[in-house]
Structures are given as structure tokens and as C-alpha cells.
Design a protein around this ligand. Sequence first.
Ligand code: BYC
Length: 332
Amino acid sequence: MRMYTQALNTAETDDRGLEDAGRAAQFQARIDAEERIEPNDWMPAAYRKTLTRQISQHAHSEIVGMLPEGNWITRAPTLRRKAALLAKVQDECGHGLYLYAAAETLGASREELVDAMLAGKAKYSSIFNYPTLTWADIGTIGWLVDGAAIMNQIPLCRCSYGPYARAMIRVCKEESFHQRQGYEIMLTLCRGSDEQKAMAQDALNRWWWPVLMMFGPPDATSQHSDTSTKWKIKRFSNDELRQKFVDATVPQAQYLGLTIPDPGMTQDAEGHWRYSEIDWTEFKQVLAGNGPCNRDRMAARRKAHEEGAWVREAAAAYAAKRARRQTAQAAE
Ligand code: BYC
């Protein structure tokens, strides 16, 4: 069937169209039957494209996500906090690497994915364009940013694409440790001095709304949701996950004795916490590159990429040397 990919003649192209329609129907039947799609299976080009987009953007988010927290490793208040933060930031690097590997199974090379991010063509999560001003921001990131990540990523463990779903299982286990280390920082601050509690409240005030934006645009304007739901990449909509997150987080804030910075928030008859309108203009501005730290984050990633060039060259030279040696040994 491979020859069809080179077909120029119209009859063959028509055949291919018919054949692809048949394959697309079979593919959808497999998805509907909850079968996993694996790298060598046939898949529609649009499925491959949207997964490459989502997985690579997820990978970029993990790597850029190391920057706001890495900023506090040298200033962690105790050795125990420093060790935990260092481990968390290393985990995020690991998540980025599994995710790049998962994206590579779809046929894109890591170089091209990273280049797209460095050129500003591929996105990374909006949340990492906000600054970490105090130690309480590290607690808040663990509590809320990792909390939001878990809410979004647990359903991704059941995503239809095998390599992504499997990567998510380990990522979610690690995220749950991250969330607990963040909440424990918040608990310590909230049980501490008035200044510490005020610092915790200030961090919550600054991060709350940007965290709600992590779940993406409202369902009505989410351009990829319909197809991603049909293909079981997404199991819940952006607004559904946002609501689940808010419902889980309000009691946690109450336990800390902190106030969610949304005076209009009310609890409905079913117990859901209804939040006020999100400022989508701010979200669009951040996505357009105009958030508080977009330029710094991109500059830091470009610098790291340039400074790592010699490592990539050395690794490539070593791989080439080994391959030559293996060929020579095989010929002996
Ligand atoms: N920021 O049609 P939609 C982490 C984009 S890592 C930036 O709803 P989709 C962590 C979206 O990409 C957190 N862009 O898209 C790491 C699309 O633009 P493109 C990252 C956003 O894909 C370290 C457009 O808006 N998590 O947790 O159906 C330390 C329209 O959106 C954002 C993941 O990547 C945003 N917040 O749904 C701690 C999880 N939201 O691509 C924690 C995997 C939307 O057409 N990703 N956009 O140019 C997903 O689950 C989905 O991609 C999303 C968006 C729910 C994010």
C-alpha cells in the first residue's frame, strides 16, 4: 500500500481517498472501543498533528516550568526545602524528556520540536510567564500549578495514544509529590507569623487567576476540543476540569485560612463553587508573548540552548564514532 503515497495519477489518488476513508472509520471504531493507538498503527494525519502539537507543547511547558522555580533553589529557606525543590525541578526536566520522546514516536524530531519553541512558533503553558517574587510563590506553584496539572493530566493517563498515556502515569505520580510539597510549604507559612501568612495570601492573590487560565480557553472558543474529544485525547472539557479544580481547591484554601481573591464566588445548590468571569484579555496577551516574563523565559531558553550546543555536538560525534566502530567490528 506504500506505493500509493507516491501516486500522482488521479485514479490512484481517488483510490487512496476511498481507502483512507475506510481506514479512518476503522480507526474511529478502535478509539470508540477504547483501544490504544500505537506508533506503528495507521492514524489520520490530523490526529498525528494535534498530538504532536499537544505533547510537544506539554514538553516545552515542563522545561520552561523549571525556570520560575529554579530561581529559588539557591534561596530555599532550609536544607530540607532545598533538597525537595531541587528534586521537583529535576522531575520536571524528566517529564519534559519523556514527553519529547513520546512526541518523537509520531515522527517529529526533537530538534524540530525544540526549534519551533525557540522560534516562538510552538506554545508553552501561559502560567510560566509569571514571576516568582517570594518563597510563598514556590508553595503556591506546588499547591495550585501542580494541583491544576494533576487535574488535567490524570485523564490523560487514559488518552487514546499509548506512548502519551503511559508517560502520563509516571508524570502524575511525581506531580502528586510536587503538589503535597507545595501545600506543606503553604501550611507552614499559614501557621507561622503574621508576615508569613500575609506572604502566602499575597502569592495566592497573584496566582489564582493565572492558574484558572491554565485549563485553556472557555469551551465555546476552544478550537481543538471537539476533535480531541472525538479521538479520546481529551476526556473532559477545559471548563469541566477548571470547575473540578476550583471545587477541590476551595476547601484547601479554607483549611489554610486563606481567602480566594474572588469576592463574587458563590456555592451553588449542588455544592459547586461558581467563580467570577476570567479576564481572557490577559490570557490572550500572555499567549501573544506579552505576559510579565515571556521575554525573559524565551531569552533564558535560547541562552541555555546555545550554551548546550557543544554537548549536543559531542554526543553526536560520540554516537558517530561508536557506529563506525560497530560497522568495522561487524565487517571483521
Ligand atoms: N497556555 O483549543 P484549545 C505543568 C492554547 S505543564 C498556553 O482549548 P487544547 C507543570 C492551545 O495550545 C502544564 N496555551 O487547545 C510543569 C491552542 O493553541 P495552538 C502544561 C494554551 O489543546 C512544570 C489554543 O490555546 N500542561 O503542568 O484542546 C511545573 C486553543 O486552546 C493554554 C499541558 O500541556 C495555556 N494555558 O487544550 C509544574 C497538558 N491553553 O496549540 C507544572 C496537556 C490553551 O492551536 N495539554 N492554549 O497554537 C492539554 O491538556 C491541552 O493542550 C490544553 C489546551 C487543555 C492545555
